[in-house]
Design a binder for this molecule. Structure first.
Ligand SMILES: [Ca+2]
Length: 118
């Protein structure tokens, strides 16, 4: 039981961390983006909003709906999350490379323009 609770707590903390990290990463810039779990839209996460999201997360991990998280359920959820992150990382990489290629093409076009004017 104690292990189950510790696993749950670790998962919940893991889930809350990205939101906090996101805020820190954009320090000073006003974010217009919606905060996940901010159901009343006040830009803050109340205890009830936090707990609602935590319960939602718990339910998504508790695939056999027995109200407990088994080692297998936790592992499965962890692997699913890792796969999602890997996919996101690939998407970001593709976007970054596309942007880089776009910038390079613009640079080349400007260079050609300059050389044609000479
Ligand atoms: Ca379960």
């Amino acid at each position: 039981m104690k292990k189950t609770l510790m696993l749950t707590a670790a998962f919940l903390m893991f889930q809350a961390a990205p939101v906090l990290a996101e805020d820190a990463a954009h320090d000073g810039k006003k974010m217009e983006r919606e905060i996940p779990g901010d159901t009343n839209g006040d830009g803050l996460i109340s205890e009830s909003e936090f707990m609602a999201r935590a319960k939602e997360r718990f339910s998504s991990i508790d695939t056999n709906n027995d109200g407990k998280l088994s080692r297998e359920e936790a592992k499965s959820a962890h692997e699913k999350k890792r796969a999602e992150m890997k996919e996101k990382k690939e998407e970001w990489k593709e976007k970054r490379e596309a942007k880089k290629a776009e910038m390079e093409a613009k640079r080349e076009a400007k260079k050609a323009e300059r050389e044609a004017a000479e």
